[in-house]
Design a binder for this molecule. Sequence first.
Ligand SMILES: [Zn+2]
Length: 77
Amino acid sequence: MEHVTRPKHRDKELDEVFAEAWDKGWRITRGKRYWKLWCPCESKHLKSVKLTPSDPNYKKNLLHKPASGTCWNGEQE
Ligand SMILES: [Zn+2]
């Protein structure tokens, strides 16, 4: 397998979400205005993350969000 470096989010807290996603085997790709986090499961759950979140609540929601509706915590749906 080729070595791929984890993309970094410029926001420190969101970058921690990236790090966690990366550890869980999620793929991270960059779109025009969003980062995309791809769940490794067959359902291909997707979370988009703004490149530059302006709303502090957006960030707060996101820190909890990966777990809802995906297999973030290990359960496949
Ligand atoms: Zn999934």
